[in-house]
Design a protein around this ligand. Structure first.
Ligand SMILES: [Ca+2]
Ligand SMILES: [Ca+2]
Ligand SMILES: [Zn+2]
Ligand SMILES: [Zn+2]
Length: 511
């Protein structure tokens, strides 16, 4: 029993060409919609799609592909699904016809390494195609790319096939998926070695154009809904006078700025904790991390844990507490007394919630247009977290939660749902929540915290004491000394699992 069959039953009589579609064709279509992000497997509940969900997914796909929008699996739609394309998702259920940003590098001078080249082209032709691909982006944004011949590089280009010792995302033989890439700051760019890679001809697949497209992903761009854009998901074929589309240029410049005439090559200064004046300028009650309730907590970029209370924020490291900072000293423009905070490795966005407002930052820089009003979910949230297993953000208030896909227009009409229906054993009205480096979910309330396993059930032995176990505070009395050893979830003794990356954790081995 599965969703394909439910759907097949429903759509069986509908064909446009008059010829009945075989189940395999329909199954292939549902697979396509799933693979490229038009359908999303629900986290909760059954594994089946409603017929109207499939119809809606087909509509979105048809609209994006500039096909007649019928919501049915007609001939034109099936033909488009067979066209060769990029392996990444098309998460553009939103209405805006615009470039999509998936992340960015925190530096503008990047290294790259070409690990192998296709056998279908002479080496110097293939290399020239690759270098030209970098050139397109370099021409319009203040980026530089330096090739390295050995060791680690920021961007690593290679060819692999149906099987790969280093990529979990196998290719599919000639045709269909041509290439895939990771978003920043991962840097893998892979090409299907079974394609006929060519240059200067309409035969085969143009290496230069596909490489430029995949580099667009590696630099942080998602798929564009302009079918003439380089970042369109479907390969448009060889173009002798290829150049970037205005949408491609606008996208890369939104990430890295414009290429100025006098090139200011100052590396963007990263705000590190050490460079921030540690003392608050105005007197304000300084919280005691060893007592009281947290406002919010987040696992930020580079695995740093930030705890928020009142006007202050501090880091929690393996050796205990870092110094206290004013919230506004780290995140300029952000108020204290936050409701909730969450960082998403998928988008690199940090969202802060307070009252009816939401702020978005990348690292410590506020994104343009923020703060915004929260209008599709309730104000005064309790907590928020990112769950790496489905790459969604969860927002909590009272006994309810909302699940939010940051890159798609989420339908919130069925939310809030009861927290208890998904997170077993968690208290209502948590004060803070997060997924941590061990891939587990933690909830905080009052002086206590709860740890959940991958099935989202509270583990044995919880709740535990925040001050002792998280903040490494000295126990106040002998009877609160933690029992030694076993599974104390302080930063020191948690096993560091790898968390799935945004596009399926593709990394190259050190060569
Ligand atoms: Ca292929
Ligand atoms: Ca809170
Ligand atoms: Zn792509
Ligand atoms: Zn790969």
């Amino acid at each position: 029993m599965n969703w394909q069959w439910l759907w097949l039953g429903f759509l069986l009589p509908m064909t446009v060409s008059g010829r009945a579609l075989g189940p395999a064709e329909k199954e292939a279509a549902v697979d396509y919609l799933l693979q490229y992000g038009y359908l999303q497997k629900p986290l909760e509940g059954l594994d089946d799609f409603k017929p109207e969900e499939i119809t809606e997914a087909l509509r979105v796909f048809q609209e994006a592909a500039e096909l007649p929008v019928s919501g049915q699996l007609d001939d034109a739609t099936r033909a488009r699904m067979r066209q060769p394309r990029c392996g990444l998702e098309d998460p553009f259920n939103q209405k805006t016809l615009k470039y999509l940003l998936l992340g960015r590098w925190r530096k503008k001078h990047l290294t790259f390494r070409i690990l192998n080249l296709p056998s279908t082209l002479p080496t110097h032709v293939a290399r020239a195609a690759m270098l030209k691909a970098f050139q397109y982006w370099k021409n319009v944004a203040p980026l530089t790319f330096r090739e390295v011949q050995a060791g680690w590089a920021d961007i690593r280009l290679s060819f692999h096939g149906r099987e790969s010792s280093y990529c979990s995302n196998a290719f599919d033989g000639p045709g269909r998926v041509l290439a895939h890439a990771d978003i920043p700051e991962l840097g893998s760019v892979h090409f299907d070695e079974d394609e006929l890679w060519t240059e200067g001809t309409y035969r085969g697949v143009n290496l230069r154009i596909i490489a430029a497209h995949e580099l667009g992903h590696a630099l942080g761009l998602g798929h564009s809904r302009y079918t003439e854009a380089l970042m369109a998901p479907v390969y448009a074929g060889y173009r002798p006078y290829f150049k970037l589309h205005q949408d491609d240029i606008a996208g890369i410049q939104a990430l890295y700025g414009k290429k100025g005439p006098e090139i200011e090559d100052k590396e963007e200064e990263e705000m590190e904790l050490s460079s921030v004046p540690p003392m608050p300028t105005k007197p304000s009650p300084m919280p005691d991390p060893c007592s009281g309730e947290l406002d919010a907590i987040l696992l930020g970029p580079r695995g740093k844990t930030y705890a928020f209370k009142g006007d202050y924020v501090w880091t929690v490291t393996d050796s205990g507490l870092g110094p206290l900072f004013r919230v506004s000293a780290l995140w300029e423009g952000l108020p204290g007394n936050l409701d909730a905070a969450v960082y998403s490795p998928r988008t690199q966005w940090i969202h802060f919630f307070k009252g009816n407002k939401v702020w978005r930052y990348i690292n410590f820089k506020m994104s343009p247009g923020f703060p915004k009003k929260l209008n599709r979910i309730e104000p005064n949230l309790d907590a928020a977290l990112y769950w790496p297993l489905n790459q969604k953000v969860f927002l909590f208030k009272g006994s309810g939660y909302w699940q939010w896909d940051e890159l798609a227009r989420t339908d919130f009409s069925s939310y809030p749902k009861p927290i208890k229906s998904l997170f077993t054993g968690v208290p209502d009205q948590p004060s803070a929540a997060m997924s941590w480096r061990d891939g587990r979910v933690y909830f905080f309330k009052g002086k206590h915290y709860w740890r959940l396993n991958r099935q989202l059930r509270v583990e044995k032995g919880y709740p535990r004491d925040i001050a002792q176990n998280w903040m490494h505070c000295r126990p106040q009395s002998p009877d609160t000394i933690p029992t030694d050893g076993d599974i104390t979830p302080s930063a020191t003794d948690i096993i560091l699992d790898t968390i799935p990356s945004a596009t399926g954790s593709i990394t190259l081995p050190e060569a």
